[in-house]
Design a protein around this ligand. Structure first.
Ligand code: BG6
Length: 512
């Protein structure tokens, strides 16, 4: 596999959208700046709006952040083009094909094409259909220089049934190795490090199981609400479909998977899918006790008043969509049976952070720091609510954002005559050690798609298994006799009901 793409055209459908301006082009500009793109790669933005190449370039340039992105874009600019087309029109797709041929200096037979579908999900199938009809997806063999690949943005389906239909449709026109289903979380440096950390270091793996781990907690907290212009999309999806079904279940799979035989994409994905398939599917009674859904009401975020979800522009009256989901999930396999995987995601929470906490069991006997005069029951309760956290020695925290770090807490004896244990930490921070910021997720993922490395992209069976689990939760929440949706003030840590999910375990929700 080449480390730099050969003659390639990257065709972005949905070029006037936010993702193109905010993520894709800046990521390509950074690749250009780093010398990883190669002068034979050109970019063709496609959208309905009529626009000249120059107007498109000027629009992108204005959206480019100062720094590497702006510098890279200056050098890339002349290789960026615009083509106006209605993706559902066969005539327009034929015209696009002619344009692409005209723009490929090495000739059609020597140019690889990556089609990036940054479109509304309802347009995926139609666009693929038009491309296939025009013969634009056909590929002689895996190694041809005229390769054709398709990147599909999330959401991949709305539920298991629609994801399967979309998959079947894609497989009518494409081979699996041509399909790159993106989940940008897999492009984050610290997410990739989970595999490295687990399977390069030998000290954790013997402890990485139900015998030594009490619970695993995964948080994706955001302080933003529903972004401008996104309410329609968001309301149809909610926290569960927008973030939990994809990003969070991928994090869970990486934490819980067995070691792959090799670093080959399929070996890694085989192990991830095994975990996703082992997710326990709760029945309605289980679900009520192991999940909380909620939406934010008016509150205060970063010292500023924030409106409630139902008052956001574009949110339909009477919406029942959740902006917060907390789950106590279980992985029913030999390694993890009985270990709660506490998952929590919310919009408009107190602060933005993504983090995984692996909480090791407490010593079987508490020799230290046990306050005198407490009954066993009171003692356990205090351990649970965190007020005796100095008794819990070992938590491994994998911080994914905003800080990219690993820390391991343990207990040490406080100097003095008494035997008092106090918490200490071993810390590793990416920025301090490597003195540079990590590349944005899209930078890595776009390069991988251009050079043909599918490792960090999703396979259809992973998506299938994730929907199988998520559908049970979502359908249970929508059932007529389900508990009504809870509420939490914007800028808070979420609904209090979620604390009850820790029942029987020690500790509570992380505050980052
Ligand atoms: C996207 C969701 O996939 O992920 C957004 O659609 C969410 O609603 C975003 O804000 C979070 O990504 P990150 O990288 O900022 O954690």
């Amino acid at each position: 596999m080449a480390s730099k793409p050969d003659a390639t055209q990257l065709v972005i459908f949905g070029a006037s959208g936010d993702l193109t301006h905010r993520k894709l082009i800046p990521a390509l500009a950074r690749l250009e700046c780093a010398g990883q793109l190669g002068s034979t790669v050109s970019i063709i933005g496609v959208a309905r709006r009529e626009m000249s190449d120059d107007a498109f370039r000027a629009e992108l340039e204005a959206a480019m952040p100062q720094g590497l992105e702006r510098e890279g874009f200056q050098s890339l600019k002349d290789r960026v083009f615009y083509h106006s087309a209605d993706v559902t029109s066969t005539a327009d797709i034929h015209a696009l094909q002619t344009r692409l041929r005209g723009l490929s200096p090495s000739g059609d037979a020597n140019t690889g094409r990556l089609f990036y579908l940054s479109l509304k999900p309802e347009l995926f199938a139609k666009t693929l259909g038009s491309l296939a009809e025009a013969g634009m997806l056909a590929m002689e063999n895996r190694d041809t220089p005229a390769w054709r690949r398709v990147v599909v943005e999330k959401p991949f389906g709305h539920d298991l049934a629609s994801a399967r239909t979309l998959n079947q449709y894609m497989h009518q026109h494409l081979r699996e190795y041509q399909i790159y289903r993106i989940d940008h979380y897999l492009g984050k440096e610290t997410v990739q490090n989970i595999l490295g950390f687990r399977f390069h270091n030998t000290i954790f793996e013997p402890l990485w199981n139900r015998h030594h781990i009490e619970l695993v907690q995964i948080t994706v907290a955001e302080s933003i609400g529903v972004e401008k212009g996104r309410a329609g999309f968001y309301d149809e999806n909610g926290a569960m479909r927008d973030v939990v079904q994809n990003h969070m279940l991928q994090l869970l799979a990486l934490v819980a998977m067995e070691a792959p035989a090799t670093l080959d994409g399929d070996d890694i994905r085989n192990q991830k899918v095994e975990v996703l398939r082992a997710l326990h599917l709760p029945d309605p009674a289980d679900l009520a006790a192991s999940s909380v859904r909620a939406r934010y009401v008016a509150g205060e975020v970063d010292g500023k008043a924030a409106i409630g979800y139902l008052d956001e522009l574009g949110v339909p009256k009477g919406s029942q969509t959740e902006t917060y989901a907390a789950l106590r999930a279980e992985v029913d396999n030999w390694r993890w049976s009985g270990v709660p995987f506490m998952l929590r995601h919310g919009k408009r929470m107190k602060k933005k952070f993504t983090e995984i906490k692996v909480q090791f069991r407490t010593p079987p006997v508490q020799l230290f720091n046990r306050p005198e005069g407490l009954s066993d029951r009171e003692f356990r309760k205090k351990l649970r609510d965190g007020s005796l956290c100095q008794v819990r020695p070992n938590i491994l925290t994998i911080s994914i954002q905003p800080s990219e770090a690993l820390s391991l807490s343990f207990g040490v004896k406080r100097p003095g005559a008494n035997m008092v244990m106090t918490p200490a930490k071993l810390n590793f921070n990416y920025e301090d050690v490597f003195q540079c910021e990590s590349a944005p997720a899209y930078q890595r993922l776009l390069l991988d798609a251009l050079i043909g490395d599918p490792t960090l992209f999703l396979r259809s069976d992973e998506i299938d298994a994730s929907w199988r689990y998520s559908d049970v939760i979502i359908d249970g929440w929508r059932a007529a006799d389900a508990r009504p949706i809870s509420e939490y003030p914007a800028g808070s840590w979420g609904p209090e009901e979620a604390d009850a999910l820790f029942e029987g375990c020690e500790g509570g929700w992380s505050r980052g």
